[in-house]
Design a protein. Structure first.
Length: 216
């Protein structure tokens, strides 16, 4: 795909330029042009972003449980600073919507679905697919490991579907975006190192003071 080919040229007021740049590179560097052309995906040109912000973060944790714990506590800390109008979504890759909805019940979070009521909640949890159509101040995408993104169980010509879902999830973030892994990061992120800040969850939360959240 050539830069500028498949865009609707319009000013983007939702995302920062930095979020769009990272999302764009993940998409066009890893997904075959033919799949993009055949999809209904609306790829947004970073050049037309109306505002700037911080670069997205790629964060490392020792385990997925630490990723979840870090994300949940970071979201709570941010809400204390930003107030009740702030919306945050925690996305866990590699799990079905049913599995995520059952887990949401255990940790008392609202799972994204067709009945989601934004007015009653500030922190939401989702699988990768359900984020389409929503907008959040912050999106935190967990379990971005090689073998999960793309899934090692999918044939090569099907992996593009996960790539499209990842792009959509990344561009749901209006202000800040976090990508997280705990094994080997997805190869889809290999060419965005100049567009992101790389760090560890230890620099955002103190795990020694937290109870680690576990997936069932």
């Amino acid at each position: 795909i050539q830069k500028g080919e498949n865009f609707k040229l319009r000013l983007n007021y939702r995302n920062t330029k930095e979020i769009l740049e990272a999302s764009y590179e993940v998409m066009v560097e890893n997904i075959d042009e033919a799949f993009i052309d055949d999809s209904d995906l609306d790829i947004l040109d970073p050049e037309y972003a109306n505002r700037s912000g911080e670069k997205p973060f790629i964060l490392y944790a020792n385990t997925l449980q630490e990723e979840i714990t870090g994300a949940f506590n970071l979201a709570q800390d941010i809400l204390k600073q930003e107030g009740d109008n702030y919306k945050i979504c925690i996305v866990i890759c590699g799990y079905t919507n049913y599995e995520i909805s059952e887990y949401a019940k255990l940790i008392n979070l609202k799972c994204l679905d067709g009945s989601t009521n934004f007015s009653d909640n500030n922190i939401f949890i989702s699988d990768l697919e359900q984020t389409k159509g929503f907008e959040f101040n912050i999106v935190i995408i967990l379990n971005c490991n090689e073998g999960i993104l793309p899934s090692k169980e999918l044939p090569g010509d099907e992996a593009f579907r996960s790539g499209c879902q990842l792009y959509v999830a990344m561009t749901r973030a209006k202000d800040r975006l976090f990508l997280s892994y705990s094994n080997e990061p997805s190869r889809w992120f290999s060419k965005i190192h100049t567009l992101v800040n790389q760090s560890t969850w230890d620099n955002f939360v103190d795990f020694e003071k937290l109870d680690i959240l576990n997936l069932p």
